[in-house]
Write a protein that binds this ligand. Structure first.
Ligand code: AHN
Ligand code: ZN
Length: 330
């Protein structure tokens, strides 16, 4: 563990009160729940990179495709191999144009009996159309989703591998959502509704895999492997879960990642965390490369969203930050 206790204490005391207990109600705040004594495992970005590549090697992974079936089986098997209790949530969902999607949310749980939990989310499906490609002749080609889909899942598989080696104090649920990326394509002339995105998370948020499911907070990873990506505090996350954004961006700052997870407010992204916040009431943030009014990454919803544009360094920064948060949670 490279980080000295001194550094942590210094960062901690600059944060404000310096209290180590709970508040008057005994409820722990984000800051006071920090465990400074625990060691945090080292994220292996080469390992995460291989988990990203493994998914991309199945080809496009939109619902009702062969790659989707094969990759879904791989993800469930991999979570089991890492010692998680796996739940497959299979459901028929209806796309924007009425297409029936054979969808599958895949959940891997650690310490399922523990009430103190943290949820980690990513979507595993890929977009059926490269409708943001500069070349219009590509607009009906499915994307490979190396960044948009596989990156978040790859980081979380590496987190699962490390959890199996040594569990954090809290229980962890790793939740891979399906059918995130089937929102109406840009070439569609009808209505564009936000509810056409994130079908798998909408389903899970209304029908969680465990009755009455709750978690202290959630973190969604979306497009966390792009070269040179910068992550601002996404705006819905600020509205629903400001303290969690603070907890995560503080963790990144402690690790020296403050120029990648930049402590500034970004724009609003209609993403899985929106529905988790709205319907499941688990306060959840989104780590997503989106600036206010800007775009996502240059490869977003293009045929170039492939392994060439995945950078281990970005995977490393996001993965180590997630570990820093979950292993210091008491
Ligand atoms: C919208 O473009 C409205 N939401 C983007 C959510 C998304 C798509 N994340 C990955 N792909
Ligand atoms: Zn997408």
């Amino acid at each position: 563990m490279a980080i000295s206790l001194f550094t942590l204490l210094a960062a901690f005391s600059c944060g404000g009160s310096g209290k180590t207990g709970g508040d008057a109600a005994g409820k722990k705040t984000g800051e006071t729940a920090l465990d400074l004594n625990v060691s945090v495992p080292a994220f292996n970005a080469d390992s995460a990179y291989l988990y990203v590549k493994r998914q991309v090697d199945f080809g496009p992974r939109m619902p009702n495709s062969a790659g989707h079936v094969a990759c879904g089986n791989y993800l469930a098997e991999q979570l089991e191999a890492f010692g998680a209790r796996v739940t497959n949530q299979r459901v028929d969902l209806i796309a924007y144009d009425g297409t029936l999607l054979k969808a599958r949310n895949i959940i891997g749980s650690y310490k399922p009996e523990t009430k103190r939990r943290v949820a980690l989310f990513a979507h595993w499906d890929t977009r059926p159309w490269a409708d943001n490609d500069p070349d219009a002749s590509n607009h009906h080609t499915p994307v490979l989703g190396a960044n948009d889909g596989a990156s978040g899942v790859g980081v979380l598989l590496e987190v699962a591998r490390l959890i199996q080696a040594r569990q954090p104090a809290v229980g962890i649920d790793i939740i891979f959502f399906d059918a995130e990326d089937g929102g109406a394509p840009q070439f569609y002339k009808g209505d564009h509704k936000e509810e056409y995105w994130c079908l798998g998370s909408q389903y899970w948020a209304r029908n969680p895999h465990v009755r009455g499911y709750n978690a202290r907070f959630g973190i969604l990873l979306d497009m966390v492997g792009g070269r040179g990506s910068v992550f601002l505090k996404e705006a819905y996350s600020e509205e629903f879960a400001k303290d969690i954004n603070k907890k995560v961006w503080n963790a990144a700052e402690r690790l020296g990642y403050g120029t990648t997870l930049v402590d500034k407010r970004g724009g609003y992204v209609t993403d899985d965390h929106l529905f988790v916040n709205r319907y499941a009431r688990v306060k959840t943030i989104d780590i997503v490369p989106y600036s206010d009014g800007g775009d996502f990454t240059p490869t977003w919803h293009t045929v170039d969203d492939n392994m060439e544009h995945i950078d281990r360094r970005t995977l490393q920064i996001v993965g180590q930050t997630v570990l820093e948060v979950i292993y210091r949670e008491k």
